[in-house]
Design a protein around this ligand. Structure first.
Ligand code: BG6
Length: 479
């Protein structure tokens, strides 16, 4: 467990994120003995809930497999309590403060972790109230914040400035939960601990890199939130760009948070803003069988909205390692499958000794079914000298049988408790990511890019195949 004993306060406890991610992750840490048994967890939000309602709310997404799990859940719930109050009322935060102090007296905690699982509109009012009423010089303070961090470069800077007046960069932990995923955390090891990968990781050998995020679900009731943001702000500006920086960064001086983040910022600063020529967008319509409604049929979506639910963009990193190599980022909702993967496609073999060749690829599958596999040419077994494409396959389910892969949120909350910033987004990193996306977002917001319709459950808008082909990707001609 940690050097400090924390009191954890979840602001926005009645919300979706808290019930689906935050509390299940806290339970996971508790179950695996990463959380001190004396840790007190306080929930705060506007909704009035009695004890049974609160317990139901925070445990409904916790998976319980055994009787032992059930017993653990009941001990976990004993650590949790709930307080309702307004987000803009100082007196309610004073009341919360009394509850925190009481919890601290019972546990002996010397540190506080504020977890802001809040809608953007109340973000700053809550941060102000926390600073004014719940900030103690004699306690170590850490603050976890969740996206959206603004809508564009300007609003993100404004938010950073307002938050920066209240809390120091040292105190702030900006979550991008993709940085907590097992295979994303594996990227630096794959690249910097393997000569066979590290030495070919450059424009001399690599033709293009595809980073793909696909979801089967549509916006399903979140349409109101989603429509303001769109897929580029929701997924590409954060999750996909974060993956890109880890794929492309130079080796850091050390694994320390500042060294790692220095290198990530550099990559982002080498990327010119996405242009109109290098993007296509889409919006989903009803499914073929009519069972799944189209985006515009979601009652929470404004009529005639042109918000993209799909986007594919080609980015270029203008440095010595990557100059000319397209990084194609693709993301979309309501597609044919759920999958996140990184596909590194190598150049063609130059010699014409053999025929029927396909390009080498290294594929890192983030989810589902974590895996790393390498597509390579092999001799087809038998008497001839025919080539056949084959896989060197490291599928986690078979190689690391019975090893539980931690949830991203567990990993990140634990990092925050341990004071490790390496998997959190630094202020200048966020700024650089917005610089890449803001101009194209403005063009889209002005309605200058028409989203191409695609059917719910399909592979995405027509034109995507041509788009990726134009940016270098060659589908294997072999089976
Ligand atoms: C969130 C987005 O950040 O990530 C959602 O707001 C998306 O729209 C989610 O569904 C995907 O996360 P995961 O971990 O389920 O892949």
């Amino acid at each position: 467990s940690q050097k400090h004993l924390f009191t954890i306060v979840v602001l926005g406890a009645s919300g979706d994120l808290a019930k689906k991610k935050t509390f299940p992750a806290l339970f996971g840490l508790f179950k695996n003995k990463y959380l001190d048994r004396n840790t007190r967890i306080l929930g705060y939000s506007r909704t009035k809930m009695d004890r049974p309602q609160f317990e139901h709310h925070i445990s409904q997404f916790i998976k319980l497999k055994t009787d032992e799990d059930r017993a653990l859940l009941s001990s976990f719930l004993k650590l949790c309590s709930y307080y309702d109050g307004q987000y803009d009322q100082g007196k309610d935060f004073e009341q919360l403060e009394r509850a925190i102090v009481e919890a601290e007296q019972a546990s002996g905690a010397d540190a506080r972790l504020y977890y802001m699982a809040l809608p953007p509109s109340v973000f700053i009012p809550v941060a102000r109230n926390l600073k004014q009423h719940n900030y103690r010089k004699d306690k170590l303070i850490r603050l976890i914040v969740e996206k959206p961090f603004g809508m564009d470069l300007e609003s993100s800077r404004e938010l950073a400035k307002d938050l920066g007046e209240l809390f120091t960069e040292e105190e702030i932990y900006r979550i991008d939960h993709y940085l907590g995923k097992e295979m994303v955390k594996n990227l630096m090891i794959l690249r910097f601990a393997n000569v066979i990968f590290g030495s070919v990781w450059n424009r001399q050998c690599i033709d293009n890199i595809q980073i793909t995020f696909k979801e089967k679900i549509g916006t399903q009731g979140r349409g109101g939130y989603f429509d303001e943001f769109g897929i580029i702000r929701d997924v590409m500006q954060n999750h996909l760009l974060q993956i890109l920086t880890l794929v492309a960064m130079e080796p850091p001086v050390s694994l320390g948070a500042e060294d790692v983040r220095d290198e990530k910022v550099k990559v982002l600063r080498f990327i010119p803003p996405i242009t109109k020529e290098d993007i296509i967008t889409g919006q989903y319509t009803a499914s073929e069988d009519g069972k799944e409604p189209g985006y515009l049929e979601d009652k929470t979506v404004p009529k005639g909205s042109k918000t993209p639910t799909y986007a594919a963009a080609a980015l270029y990193i203008n440095n010595d390692r990557w100059s000319g190599v397209p990084f194609v980022l693709k993301c979309g909702k309501a597609l044919d499958q759920q999958k996140t993967e990184i596909r590194v496609q190598f150049k063609d073999v130059t010699s014409n000794l053999m025929t029927n060749l396909a390009r080498n690829e290294i594929v890192i599958r983030v989810q589902p079914n974590e895996a790393v596999y390498v597509k390579m040419m092999n001799k087809e077994p038998g008497l001839g000298m025919k080539t056949i494409i084959s896989d060197l396959d490291l599928s986690y389910a078979s190689r690391f049988e019975n090893v539980a892969i931690p949830e991203a949120y567990e990993s990140l909350i634990l990092d925050a408790l341990n004071g490790d910033h390496s998997n959190f987004v630094r202020d200048d990193e966020l700024d650089a990511a917005w610089k890449v996306c803001t101009p194209i977002l403005k063009t889209i917001d002005r309605g200058e890019i028409e989203p191409i319709p695609y059917k719910f459950g399909s592979r995405g808008p027509v034109g995507v195949t041509e788009f990726v082909a134009k940016h270098g990707y060659t589908r294997s001609k072999q089976a």
